[in-house]
Design a protein around this ligand. Sequence first.
Ligand SMILES: Cc1ncc(COP(=O)(O)O)c(C=O)c1O
Length: 379
Amino acid sequence: MTSFERLNAYARQKLGQLEATGQRRSLVETAREAGGRAARSGQGVISFCDNDYLSLSHDARVIQAAAEAARLYGAGSGGSRLITGNHPLNAALESRLARLKGTEGALVFGSGFLANLGTIPALVGKGDTIVMDELAHACMHGGAKLSGAELRLFRHNDVADAARQIEGAPGQVLALTETVFSMDGDVAPIAELGALAEATGAWLMTDDAHGLGTVKTDNPAQVQMGTLSKAVGGYGGYVCGPAALIDLLTNRARTFVYTTGLPPAVLAAAVAALDVMEAEPWRGAKASRHAALFCELAGLPAPSSVIVPIILGPEAEALRVSAALLERGYLVTAIRPPTVPAGTARLRVTFAAGHEEADVRAFAGALTDIREKACAVTS
Ligand SMILES: Cc1ncc(COP(=O)(O)O)c(C=O)c1O
């Protein structure tokens, strides 16, 4: 066998394993449109699974800002910000973010994933300890692993368990959590974790990827990470915090230093989107109302955010309900392990300002119908 054949055989064997456990994924051509709509392999659908919570990705003002910046400054940034030069739109976006979060400074990264991957190892290393919520996002796990610090997981949202993990932990402790959990939509006890950090000398770092623009929290964390790819409707990540921290990350976060700056159009879109977000708080409120209405109609507990998990258990069941919804024109992709813990495959339903109340009502009706029909067949 040649090396080429051995690689192919390896890939096919791994894919076969994923297929057997219902975990194989594939890309489906989908062109997103305004109002939560999309064309999926040519079929018109309403998406209830994207993270564009304020529907800013299709806002005319945001698109105009991006187009204008591309026209004026070109399509790409040309290199890393420390080498090629720091386009003024970076500073404009960073001061905008710092103002929004009430911090001394902010640093923009290529993505939220890169922000976590670079920031965590810049703060702690071998001999230190990371105490992290067990459901924290894959990129926090990635950053923790890269850092070389000892990793201690605490039970989801359990502050007492976090305190137990901090007790006797070697070196500097960095506590990590999401503010709003991406797959469950629940909110972390940030104030309590902040008090715990203060009492124990730990630093608290939060990932606000799914909170910004939709769930308001007074955040005591010293390190506040987030993304521009969800409610902001564009792309990129950021860390907000004290000026010295920002300076340190500019020097030490490898995913900042050794990578290309964001294109000017992406930066300009984010600045414009943050302006709209602040000027139009109705957007977040509308998405939240949709989530509450949906839960009421579907007989689910009131939501804490615009993310509503419907946990179905086996992968096959999540795939079946997702496919049945798609047949009726609703896009809600099944979320399966390893993205979520084994046995908790689910529909992760999300709501956006661009949805209308009639969309939400019709979607809730379709979902109830599909699930009732399945119960009738199995009983
Ligand atoms: C909690 C959380 N953090 C970070 C990220 C990564 O952000 P980005 O998509 O900007 O890389 C995501 C994206 O899915 C996320 O859900």
